[in-house]
Ligand binder design. Structure first.
Ligand SMILES: *[C@@H]1O[C@H](CO)[C@@H](O)[C@H](O)[C@H]1NC(C)=O
Ligand SMILES: *[C@@H]1O[C@H](CO)[C@@H](O)[C@H](O)[C@H]1NC(C)=O
Ligand SMILES: *[C@@H]1O[C@H](CO)[C@@H](O)[C@H](O)[C@H]1NC(C)=O
Ligand SMILES: *[C@@H]1O[C@H](CO)[C@@H](O)[C@H](O)[C@H]1NC(C)=O
Ligand SMILES: *[C@@H]1O[C@H](CO)[C@@H](O)[C@H](O)[C@H]1NC(C)=O
Ligand SMILES: *[C@@H]1O[C@H](CO)[C@@H](O)[C@H](O)[C@H]1NC(C)=O
Ligand SMILES: *[C@@H]1O[C@H](CO)[C@@H](O)[C@H](O)[C@H]1NC(C)=O
Ligand SMILES: *[C@@H]1O[C@H](CO)[C@@H](O)[C@H](O)[C@H]1NC(C)=O
Length: 910
């Protein structure tokens, strides 16, 4: 110890010399290394040799275990007067001073286990009235003299086990009236006498622990010396049959309720062994690990109040109809590993006679696991009219075929759970369980079952909830395999070489209540999208270790198979080890409540964006051991939002800004639990980062690309606008230049000449092709006749003879209020029109008003042809100035009306 202090102070001096003051402070006050939290100071495992003197004075719990303390000097505890718990176990304390309790008046629990106390005097605990627990196990106390515990009026538990006590005598006077547990196991007590127990005359012991003492004698009246004794443990006491019988006699007429005789070398019982317990109300008897091989008839006849009987780990050869006679109130019986193991010889294999359990009319729980029974007889379980749980795991050497007779003896048991795992069952015949109409849980896992399930196997299981069939030889399903058990909620079919899963309708179709389905480890490759249809309540689906990769390939004939559709309540989905290298974007779209998904050990590289968009409540995501190179926001953003566990270990991450910058940023900010982040999330590419931890990837250069990004965006938008303008000019340029012209002319002062109609000689000048003259004549002259004020300028009629034609045209256009183009294919071909008339008319329109031109289309002419031939476009003119000659006769009146409107409209831009 001194060496320790020396080296400590030396270290301090070095620290001081280095001027590292903070270190120095840490060095000198070793106590500050105690962890203090909520008035609890934990100073364990600190190699302390002194009581820390600088802890908060208001601590109530002080843990000094696993140190090197030799004493607990009372003065050093003055400061900690509020202590209620002092744990000084695992030290080298050899002496205790009475004043300790004086300094600690509130102390309730004092633990001094694993120390070197040997002497306790009358004074030692004299001030410890408030103590409720005193732990003194593993000390060197060989003898208690006088009454060291006399003042412990509130003591509830006293542990003196693993000392060298040779007697139970802890005092000479009545004391410890509140003691409930007295632990004296592993001492050297050989005899129990009245005189050595009578200090407990006023006590009510719930538990007297005397295990592992070499007790040879129970002298008369020993237990009657104790006020009340409810529980007694004498495990590993080498009692044998006769001393056990003697013990039970001594327990007669006591209040004993629980008796533990495990490992007491009770090889056999007879109708006298427990006779003494007749005058008790014993409810629990533990006879495990006794090597018990013969239970004599009526052995338990004395125990009508017994409720719990433990017989596991014995060597019983034979149960006869009277072995359990009298156990009318037993509710719980375990016979695990209770029978002889000589399986190789049938003659020596354990034998259970019919009707052996007939007396156990209150039995609810029976465990017979790990035995070697040859088979089930027709009345084996007869009489168990309250039996609810029957565990027969690994109970039979070979059960082979379950017939409709096998469980007939359970016909009157309201059985809820039957465990038949590991019994080498090879076949289930129809109606095998038809006796078990109440059954909720049936475990048939780990057997040799190899058959087609027709559905008749489950006949009568009207209340079944869970069936375990995992780990069997092979199971061939049909559409009716589960048709008779619609109440089923959990079905385990792991590693059963499932066949015929693609039958239609699906074998699972009747199971609308199913919540858990395990189809893992079956090498399933062929299923259709009907398999899980209608399983709306499914919460857990295990499909790991199958061969489903093809179903999700884009190249799959008929497209990807969406076998998860409609599973809107699924919480946990396991798809590990299926060879998946593709996932359809829609694969998880119905799984709105998914909390955990395991896609580990597949070949996934690129996941479709938005694949996890619907998984708002995802808590756990496993993608370990895939081929994922990049972790991008558009794929993983939604999945990572509420995640508490992520596993993406062993992926070949590409450590470039584009691939993992977002991931690294997320990693640095998240509280998600990610194990082995620094060791198993390594970069694969680029080569200079190979083997480098992803979390250490420097993302600052990636952030620098942000201004570049802005630059890029500005550039792009300028370019795009330019392209837009060019395209605009290309396609709408005429309009721009046309309206530009109009604007310029207006700006230069060409006011609209809003002359009155009478100021013009003609209402309109009509431009038409020579070939269309008949149409013009036919349509315009009647209008003139109707309305005397209307006068059109028709070239053939009104041109003064001898005037130069071009001049005539210019004049006529000027003298006409409007210009009408009668547009036909002929007009487009008329050279004069193209060159001159149109120019004149348009010039007039630009200078004066846009309403002055009226286009009449006699046939359908596309705009581009019009533009090409006449440099006119429909878009230049108001819609009421564009008229189409109707094909139907009835609409001709409407046409004339429109024409009149167009002619009458004012010549104005707006
Ligand atoms: C008790 O305190 C004294 C002085 O306060 C100290 O010298 C001594 O080492 C302490 N003893 C223990 C066991 O802590
Ligand atoms: C106990 O003492 C510490 C400081 O010594 C103080 O922070 C804490 O509030 C105290 N606790 C109570 C319950 O008084
Ligand atoms: C004291 O610490 C030890 C070891 O850490 C622990 O086993 C023990 O339960 C603690 N005692 C109390 C009273 O908490
Ligand atoms: C026992 O504890 C109570 C408070 O719980 C206290 O008032 C009393 O003084 C203590 N008894 C002794 C003998 O110190
Ligand atoms: C105990 O069994 C023996 C025979 O093994 C029988 O003679 C005796 O009457 C039985 N005693 C009681 C109390 O049943
Ligand atoms: C057993 O219980 C009954 C009723 O609870 C009681 O009258 C009787 O005294 C008890 N027997 C013993 C030996 O304690
Ligand atoms: C049991 O199965 C056999 C045929 O295997 C049949 O003849 C008999 O009627 C069945 N018994 C019951 C109770 O179903
Ligand atoms: C059946 O017993 C085995 C072995 O004790 C156990 O592992 C299994 O969980 C039990 N089955 C059920 C459904 O409790």
């Amino acid at each position: 110890m001194k060496g320790g202090i020396m080296s400590q102070s030396l270290l301090c001096h070095i620290c001081c010399f280095l001027g590292l003051l903070p270190f120095w402070i840490q060095c000198t006050s070793s106590a500050s290394r105690c962890a203090v939290q909520h008035e609890v100071a934990d100073c364990s495992h600190l190699k302390l040799t002194q009581i820390p003197d600088d802890l908060p004075a208001n601590i109530t719990v002080l843990n000094l275990t696993h140190n090197q303390l030799r004493k607990l000097p009372p003065a050093n505890f003055t400061r900690y007067s509020q202590l209620t718990i002092l744990d000084a176990g695992f030290n080298s304390i050899s002496k205790l001073e009475p004043e300790l309790c004086q300094k600690l008046p509130l102390l309730e629990i004092l633990n001094l286990q694993h120390n070197e106390l040997s002497q306790l005097s009358d004074k030692t605990f004299i001030f410890c009235q408030n103590l409720t627990e005193l732990h003194l196990r593993y000390n060197l106390i060989h003898k208690i003299q006088n009454n060291p515990f006399k003042n412990l009026k509130n003591l509830f538990k006293l542990d003196l086990s693993h000392n060298g006590l040779s007697s139970t005598k802890l005092g000479t006077e009545l004391q410890l009236e509140n003691l409930q547990e007295l632990l004296l196991s592993n001492n050297k007590i050989h005899v129990l006498t009245r005189e050595e127990l009578d200090f407990l005359g006023n006590s009510s012991l719930k538990k007297l622990e005397l295990s592992s003492n070499q007790i040879k004698e129970f002298s008369p009246g020993c237990f009657h010396a104790i006020g009340k004794l409810f529980g007694l443990s004498l495990n590993n006491a080498q009692l044998g049959p006769s001393l056990t019988e003697n013990l039970c006699q001594e327990l007669s007429n006591t209040s004993i309720q629980t008796l533990s005789l495990s490992g007491a070398q009770l090889y056999r019982t007879s109708n006298t062994t427990f006779a003494g317990l007749k005058q008790t109300n014993l409810t629990m008897l533990d006879l495990s690990y006794n090597g018990l091989n013969a239970i004599g008839n009526d052995s338990f006849a004395w125990l009508p109040h017994l409720e719990y009987l433990f017989l596991e780990y014995n060597n019983i050869i034979h149960l006869s109809p009277r072995s359990f006679y009298g156990l009318f109130n037993v509710r719980y019986l375990t016979l695990r590993c209770s029978f002889t193991k000589q399986s190789n010889s049938l003659a020596l294999s354990p034998k259970i006679d019919d009707f052996s359990f007939q007396w156990l009319t209150c039995l609810e729980y029976l465990n017979m696991d790990n035995n070697n029974f040859p088979g089930i007889k027709s009345n084996m379980f007869t009489g168990l009219t309250q039996l609810r749980y029957l565990s027969l795991a690994n109970s039979f050497t070979s059960l082979q075929t379950l017939t409709n007779k096998t469980f007939v003896s359970l016909a009157h048991s309201p059985l809820l759970m039957l465990n038949l795992t590991r019994n080498k069952i090879s076949k289930i015949e129809r109606g095998a369980f038809s006796w078990l109409g109440h059954l909720k849980v049936l475990d048939l896992g780990i057997n040799d079952i190899g058959q087609e399930l027709t559905g008749q196997e489950w006949r009568g299981l009207e209340n079944i909830v869970e069936i375990y069939l995992s780990y069997n030889k092979y199971l061939q399903l049909t559409s009716s395999s589960f048709a008779l058990v619609p109440s089923l909620r959990q079905l385990m079919l792991r590693r059963v070489a499932l066949k015929n899963l693609d039958s239609s309708p699906s074998p699972f179709r009747p199971l609308a209540n199913m919540t858990i389905l395990d189809l893992s480890n079956n090498n399933i490759a062929n299923i259709n999208d009907e398999l899980l249809e209608g399983l709306d309540r499914l919460e857990i689906l295990d499909l790991q270790h199958n061969n489903l990769a093809r179903l999700w390939k884009q190249a799959n004939p008929g497209g990807p198979v969406n076998f998860l559709k409609g599973l809107s309540h699924l919480h946990i989905l396991n798809l590990e080890s299926n060879g998946f290298d593709e996932i359809p974007a829609e694969a998880f779209k119905d799984l709105l409540q998914l909390k955990s998904i395991n896609l580990g050990l597949n070949n996934l590289n690129i996941l479709p964006p938005s694949i996890f968009d619907k998984q708002a409540s995802l808590k756990s995501l496993s993608l370990q051991k895939n081929l994922i190179t990049s972790v991008e926001k558009d794929v993983f953003g939604p999945a990572f939002r509420n995640l508490s566990n992520l596993d993406m270990r062993f992926n070949p991450f590409d450590c470039t800004c584009e691939s993992i910058a977002w991931f690294v940023t997320w990693l640095n900010a998240t509280h998600t639990n990610i194990s082995e982040l620094s060791s198993h999330y390594l970069c694969n590419t680029p080569p200079q980062y190979h083997g480098f931890p992803v979390m250490l990837f420097d993302i600052s250069p990636c952030k620098d690309s942000a201004p570049f990004k802005l630059f890029f965006m500005v550039n792009t938008s300028i370019l795009l606008s330019f392209i837009f303008i060019v395209l605009c000019i290309h396609f709408e340029g005429w309009r721009i230049s046309f309206y530009w012209n109009v604007l310029v002319h207006r700006a230069l002062g060409f006011k609209e000449m809003d002359r009155q109609p009478e100021q013009f000689d003609y209402v309109a000048y009509i431009i038409h092709a020579y070939e269309d003259r008949d149409w013009v004549w036919e349509n315009f002259s009647p209008m003139e006749e109707q309305d005397r004020t209307l006068r059109f300028c028709l070239e053939e009629r009104d041109f003064q003879a001898g005037v130069l034609e071009l001049e005539a045209i210019v004049n006529s256009i000027k003298r006409s209020r409007k210009t009408i183009f009668v547009i036909t294919q002929h007009l487009l071909k008329d050279p004069l029109c193209k060159r001159f008339k149109v120019h004149q008319a348009v010039q007039k329109a630009i200078e004066q008003n846009l309403d002055s031109i009226i286009l009449i289309f006699l046939e359908e002419i596309p705009d581009y042809k019009l533009n090409h031939a006449l440099c006119l476009r429909r878009g230049m003119f108001k819609s009421h100035c564009i008229l189409n000659w109707p094909v139907q006769k009835e609409r001709k009146n409407a046409f004339h009306h429109k024409l009149q409107v167009a002619l009458g409209s004012r010549n104005s831009v707006h």
